[in-house]
Design a protein around this ligand. Structure first.
Ligand code: SAM
Length: 230
């Protein structure tokens, strides 16, 4: 069973969004579990301080290596440790698929100006970003990553919610989706989708996926073409 251990100064934020909908049901059903470790429990002063001013000067505060290191050492057994960070490797569906194979994933949530670099080196921590923008803290980013991972765990999605046709499978974005009513404000659902002709529907969907990917994500389209060459 997949277990996530999150290091944070706000343990009360977990499971947070993950406690709802499919991920919440899967948590209730025991398909995954989460433990939020309060880094402040490893502070050495009575105020529970976990940060200090940056060496070399500059704005803000930095999470201390000794406090965070103690929290990790006291709770780590085996497996991958990642830290959420805007300067990390951009998260992709391929990375999500790899994380979903782990039994145990440790996630460090940064706050302030970030984490003392020595902790990242000492514990061989991989930094992961959820996009080219800066959030206030790593907790939201960790929940985004975990949501993507949990929905890939065995038995979390029912048959009716398969991931096979989803965006990023085969390096394509998903085709447009429609439901009833078949006419709304003069806009009609594409006729082929009402035809019941499975082959024609599959061809139309592939064509639309290709068109959307070419228009919106030339980088992904290039990957798709490269994969076809192989
Ligand atoms: N000073 C850092 C920088 O310029 O790279 C930004 C620190 S940010 C204010 C505080 C924390 O939020 C980070 O340590 C990280 O854990 C989290 N965070 C912010 N943006 C993120 C992103 N795009 N992806 C993942 N985590 C992020």
């Amino acid at each position: 069973m997949f277990k996530a251990t999150v290091f944070t100064i706000f343990p009360e934020l977990f499971p947070g969004f993950l406690g709802y909908s499919l991920t919440g049901k899967a948590l209730e059903d025991g398909l995954w579990s989460i433990e939020a470790i309060n880094i402040r429990d490893y502070a050495t002063d009575k105020h529970g301080s976990v940060d200090d001013t940056p060496c070399g000067g500059g704005a803000g505060m930095v999470m201390r290596a000794d406090i965070l290191g103690s929290a990790i050492s006291a709770n780590y057994s085996k497996g991958k440790i990642i830290a959420m960070s805007p300067k990390g490797k951009p998260l992709t569906q391929d990375m999500v698929r790899q994380y979903a194979k782990e039994e145990q994933l440790y996630i460090v949530c940064g706050r302030f100006e970030g984490i003392d670099e020595r902790v990242l080196e000492a514990y061989d921590i991989e930094e992961v970003s959820i996009g080219d923008y800066v959030l206030t803290g790593g907790e939201q980013a960790a929940q985004v990553l975990l949501d993507a991972v949990i929905r890939l765990l065995p038995n979390v999605l029912g048959n009716e919610e398969s991931t096979v046709d989803e965006s990023f499978e085969n390096n394509l974005l998903e085709y447009p989706q429609y439901t009833r009513p078949t006419e709304w404000q003069g806009r009609v659902v594409p006729e082929v989708l009402l035809s019941g002709h499975h082959k024609k529907i599959a061809d139309w969907r592939l064509e639309q996926s290709i068109k959307t990917t070419q228009d919106r994500r030339p980088d992904l389209w290039k990957k798709y073409l490269d994969s076809k060459k192989v």
